[in-house]
Every structure is written in structure tokens, then in C-alpha cells.
Design a protein around this ligand. Sequence first.
Ligand SMILES: CSCC[C@H](NC(C)=O)C(=O)N[C@@H](C)C(=O)N[C@@H](CO)C(=O)O
Length: 663
Amino acid sequence: MTDTKRGITAEDLYQICYPSEPQLSPDGTKAVFVETKMDELRQYQSHIYLYSLEDNSKTALTSGPFRDSFPRWSPDGSKLCFVSNRSGKAQLWHLDVNETEFKQITNGPNGISSPVWSPDGRSIAFAAFLRTGQTLTEGTEELTEEATPKSITVDKMKYKSDDSGFVYEKNKQVAVVNIETGSVTQLTEGTYDHAVGSWSPDGKWLAITANRSVNPDIQHEIDIYLVPVEGGEWKKITNSDGTYAMPTFSKDGKKLAFIGSVADQHLYATMKKIWVAELDAGTVQCLTADWDVHVGDATIGDVRSPGHPNPGAVWTTDGQGMYVIASEKGSSGIYLVHLDGSVTKVVGGERNVYGFTFDNEKNSLVMAVSDSLTPGDLFHVDLNTETEKRLTDVNGELFQEIRLSTPEEIWYEGAEGWNIQGWILKPVGFQEGNTYPAILQIHGGPHSMYGHTFFHEFQLLAAQGYVVVYTNPRGSYGYGERFVQACCGDYGGNDYKDLMHAVDYVCQFDYVDETRLGVAGGSYGGFMTNWIIGQGNRFKAAVTDRSICNWISFYGVSDIGYYFSAEEIQANPFENPEKMWHHSPLRLVANMETPLLIMHGERDYRCPIEQAEQLYMTLRHRGKAPVSFIRFPGANHEMSRSGDPEQRVLRLQYTVDWFNQYV
Ligand SMILES: CSCC[C@H](NC(C)=O)C(=O)N[C@@H](C)C(=O)N[C@@H](CO)C(=O)O
């Protein structure tokens, strides 16, 4: 039979869509969710859809060239709110389920996010960025040329962020709006950032999170607070000893569950755990101290932007435990963590669960799931019958015509005999007896996890005739705390060896042409790509994206530089510049002879473009190997995942062209 299917292309990105943020109605009969896609103008749109579980129909509730998000049912299921930029900035909108008209509720100057209904359905709490002195009722701040300051005085260390740009003078505040009268009460103020958690069942308290330490520049603790909605004294629940997030009240209002980690020597290289506060007793206890698994979705992909609103810990109806997403060995699933610390897997499988929602009685759930052949879809699980049903196939039509490659899982011996997990994608149209070039792909973080999720870039390379190898070297999530922390202070040491052992491992296979190897990675993965080509000429070509090459300058220019280096490199430029330099690939330029494509966003504040500039200049000056430098104007660190669609496609095309030319 002739195969009429084709390999995936870079431009297919314009067609790929994905659902997120499923929200089951309290009675479990319908779900709303967000569907994100690109329009004919190659701009993102996201709309709210309603899925009826009674007749399996899917209806768009919103439309137009807008970004709609955060759909949330009122407690009785009769109303919905959502956030939309349809009037300019992201504001809160309200929709009565039986009507088609929606109504704008907030008019904050810089937009709002994270709405949470009060238990009586009369009010909604939300978060908003405000400048000192600004109020939530003064209308949208116009971004006119005059509004752009002629100078910016910097007096904090945390003054810019890759997400939000220059964050001087603006802080995230929590407020409550009455949906009938539109009156807004701002609950927090000051030069601290706050985030909304949940309402107490009696509607009197709002659990929020904030870093209100004396010097938030160097104190990274995030505490849980209870704020009385009608005014009065706050209650501090945690003890400024860690970073905690997403507090949720138990049904009886006596406990709070939240996710976080204690601040010991690692801020990032520490797995998130579940904590429970007994509010009357004033105690806080870690429920999962002995569970060596990361709570949260650590999976890295290139179709969805990371950081979709996560449900956090969802209490069982009997208050004896909570449901969370956790990440293990390349998969993320739903787990039930009991109050005694025991854990049961509720939804497993080789896939990436990136969102979930329950009905009120916890009889059923709807989850957002990706796997290596599916960018994302929704599934319904009946917890009583333990049956699962697929609700959407949002890319079904497109993928009918595309031949994807199915990854093969590998486990191989890394440095020190450690067992390392990885995957091999064979080229589309693979034929036994032929040999193929291979590309090693390296993820960033370094504390993230490749896994059972869709990766457009890998499928594209497979469609172009490459074997793609991707693995989780030490430093990755998914294999316990010791594994996550094992790269700290040793960048380019055993993490590098874990990756090289993967290459040795795949080169054993007859179908891999070991004389035609390429390597690519972004961020930490870009650091490692630079490091690898500084070790020798094993690879025919390399692509380094949003990379790090010089830890000494990274310290001062990255939004996280001054604390990231302390933990990850275990050095700083004024006490031990030798160590910073030792781990910097720029030190190795004299060895670099591999044709290198450097790509970088000009507005990347995480790994600023000066890193790419230094590497480019030194390599050009030496003139030993082809080097090309592509700058992406306006792009930040997230460009390859959620940036301008045309830039994303260009990036993929440059990657393929470079490997096709040199490998
Ligand atoms: C959880 S480890 C911390 C990673 C760090 N993220 C934050 C929020 O600070 C980070 O951005 N590290 C970069 C050097 C990096 O490698 N980023 C990766 C993963 O986001 C990337 O692919 O861009």
C-alpha cells in the first residue's frame, strides 16, 4: 500500500492548536476550556469552548481576534467568568450561562489575571499589576509614547523579568470585585507581589501568597497569608522558610494545602512537595517528605507555553487527601496524596497531563493531556467505573495527513553507572539496512524533563531524515532529588558525560551514521551545546539557542543571574571568578571548530543576547569554523514555545537548513 502521508513541516505550526485549562461544571455535566490556535494573520487567538458531556457537543462561547483565558464556573454553575483582552488589556468578563451577552467587570490600568469565585458566587478575587499609587478603578493605562519614561532609575536587583519586561514600580496586588455592583476592594498594597489562592468556605478569608520579606531581592521566601476580606489583621501561615504556592482550603475550612519547598541551599534544584497547615493548631507539615517525586508538571515541550494555570492541590470530598499533578520518569500524571503521606496514582500512562478539573462530588474529572504524537487533547475519566473517554481531537484533521515518528524509550548507563532515560525518534520512512545522521537534543532548565509529550522540532527533524536522540541527564526532574541536584556546581561535568554516553549508546545501532552527528539545545541546553563543541569535533554541526556561554557576565545581566549562578554554578564573580570562568564555554573557544548556528531573542532577559554576541564575536574573530548568528527582534526567552509564530517557524527552518548543510 502506498503511504500518502507526509512528514511534518515547520509551517504546520500555524495549524497546530491545543486545549488547556479544562473546568468541569460543579454538577459534572459540562466542561469549559481554552483552545489556542493561530489565525490567518498568524497571530494567536484563544477562545473559550463549552463541551457538553451529555450530548458530546462542543460550542465556542467566545470568538474574534482575542486572547481569552481563565474560564471559571461560579459555585452554583449558573455563571462563568473569564479573562479577555477584547477591550484592550486583559480584563475580567462575566457570562450568564443562559445568555450570549457578556459583560466586562474590571477596568484595571494594566490588566488582571487569576480570577477565583467567592463561595457565595457574588464576588471574584483576582490579581492585578499596579504602579505605586494607581487604583483599580481608574481605567486602562494608555501605552502612549509620552508614557514611556525618558529614564529609568533602577534601585532594586529584581527590576526586570523575562516574562514581564521592566517591572520597576509595578507590583502584583490582590483585589475582590462584586459582580453585581462592580465595586472593587483592593486587599493588598505596597512594593510586594501577591498571588490569589483560594477563599475559605465561609467566604471570610482569602488565602494568598507573597514575598513580603525585608529584602525580596535576596530573600526568595514566599509565604502563605490569610487575608480577611472585610478588613482586619492578616494571619501568616508559613514561617518565611521556603517558597510556597497555590494554597487551597479544605471543605471544612480547617486546613490549607499548598505546594512548595523549603529554602535550604537550593531554590530551583529542589523538588516541590505538598504541605498542609492545620489552621486551629497553627502547625504546618510536609505530607510528601518521603515521596521522592516532583509535584507539578515538569515536562518540557515546544507547542504550549509552560506555566499554564495549574489546579494545585485539589481536596478530596472527605478532606482526607488531595489530588495533584506530579512528574516521574518522563510522564506526568494525577496522584492522590493522603493525609498520612501515602500516595496513589489515579491517572498514569506514558503521557503528559498538564491540567485537570473535578466535579463537585469528585466522581469524575476532565484532564488536558499530550503525548508524543498528540500536542494536546481533553479526556474525561469516570472515577467510579475507572473508564476514560477522549473528548477532543483538536488536531485530528491536520494529523490525518501527517506521518509522525513514534519515539522508542531507552535506558542507558550514564556517568558513575547511573541509569539514564532517553528516547530515540527514527526518521520518518525509516528503512532497515539504511544509515541515518543523528541529532542530540538537550533540554534547558536544567531542572525540567523531556518526556512523553509532543515535540514539533523533533518530529520535524525526523521528517527531514534524522534520528533524534533526547535524554534526561542528571539535573533533570523525574528521578528523585539527588538526581536533580547532581549537576549543581558541576556544569559540564557528569551532566556532559551523561549526554555523551547517550551518543555512544545510539552509535551502537547499525542505522546510526556516527560520522554524521549534530547537537542542539536551548538555554541550559544551549550552554551544554556550546560546552560540547568546546570539547572536540565529534559533531558535524551545532545549533545553540538562547544559550549561556559566560557565567561571569550572566550573573549581572540575567533577571535571575545573581542567584541562579550561586546555586547552579556555586560561585559568583567577586568571590570565585575562576569557577565562573571554568564552567563558561567561552573559555573553550580555542577548541571550537564545529559549524555553529547561534539563535537568540533580542529581548531575552533570562539569557540576554550579549551571551550570543560574545560567542559569535570570538568565533568569527578566530575564523576556524562557519558560524552564523540569527537575532530575533522583540523575542524573549520563550520565543521557541510561545513567541511570535513567524519567528518560531523561521527558527525551525534555520535549524533544519543548518543541519542539512553541515551534517
Ligand atoms: C526550574 S530550574 C530554573 C530554570 C530557570 N527558570 C526560572 C524560572 O528561573 C531558567 O529559566 N533557566 C534557564 C537557564 C533555562 O535553561 N531555561 C529553560 C527552561 O525553561 C529553557 O528551555 O528556556
